[in-house]
Design a protein around this ligand. Structure first.
Ligand SMILES: C[S@@+](CC[C@H](N)C(=O)[O-])C[C@H]1O[C@@H](n2cnc3c(N)ncnc32)[C@H](O)[C@@H]1O
Length: 248
């Protein structure tokens, strides 16, 4: 998608983001899982967004900061109770452009795939590895790619239907570049609203290889935040990486 940048997704979805995903995502289980992994901190969230996870983690006394590219998303974080107190660096999270070392760095809800090339994803792994304290972990939550969703390189799906609104998802798939360019289309009496999102997906095996190239290794992989086993039927994974020197 031409003119699509790191800030585009967030800037266009910010107003709807919390209400769209609050029912779909198991935020409480994610917060519990991340809090268990946080150790003594500090913790860094790549793509902190509206603070869906960072705010409850901070409320548990965890020293957390974040990076994001979207002023609109971060404005929503700032407007929430406690949101002003969480340090946020504006920028591309592939750079991990912050000072210090962290006991936990995490990127969740498929957002590693917002980096649109293999090179940027690998760069992110390398920069995270350079920011991990001894014993530190990098946690990635992402979907397992399901290419059967696409027919002839495209897909139209219906996400929600209500009495006065329909939410559609319209996508094109580029298998060579592992790219999916989508629009969320919200149609209501007030008109049509578009929310673009581009992803470069990767299978867990490719993420593990990027981690190894960055000097990290897979320590644990679950099928979700409640420790579900990761199996051939898993649609998502929570993967925990650390380095040899940091193996607990
Ligand atoms: C799906 S939201 C996730 C927000 C939050 N982590 C959560 O779980 O609710 C994706 C976030 O990634 C941010 N983002 C996307 N690409 C980015 C990039 N290259 N650098 C920094 N932030 C980025 C967006 O602005 C948005 O806030």
């Amino acid at each position: 998608m031409q003119d699509y940048g790191p800030e585009t997704y967030g800037d266009r979805i910010a107003e709807l983001y919390d209400s769209l995903y609050e029912r779909e995502l198991d935020t409480d289980a994610a917060v519990d899982g991340l809090a268990r992994l946080a150790g003594s901190g500090p913790v860094l969230e790549l793509a902190i967004g509206t603070g869906r996870l960072a705010i409850p983690l901070a409320q548990r006394g965890i020293d957390i900061r974040g990076i994001d590219a979207s002023e609109e998303m971060v404005a929503r974080l700032r407007a929430k109770p406690g949101g002003e107190d969480i340090p946020v660096t504006m920028g591309d999270f592939a750079d991990v452009g912050v000072e210090g070392s962290f006991s936990l760095v995490f990127v969740v809800f498929n957002t590693l795939f917002a980096l649109l090339t293999q090179e940027d994803q690998l760069r992110c792994f390398r920069n995270v590895a350079a920011h991990l304290a001894d014993g530190g972990r990098f946690v990635v939550e992402a979907f397992v790619p399901d290419l059967a969703r696409f027919e002839r390189g495209q897909r139209v799906g219906v996400s929600a239907v209500s009495i006065d609104r329909v939410d559609l998802e319209v996508s094109r798939h580029d298998a060579v570049n592992q790219r999916v360019d989508s629009q969320h289309v919200f149609v209501s009496g007030e008109g049509t609203r578009l929310s673009p999102v581009s992803l470069r997906y990767a299978f867990p095996s490719e993420l593990d290889l990027m981690a190894r190239l960055a000097g990290l290794e897979l320590q644990e992989r679950c099928g979700g935040w409640s420790g579900e086993p990761f199996t051939n039927a898993s649609r998502d994974h929570v993967s925990i990486y650390g380095s040899d020197r940091t193996r607990p």
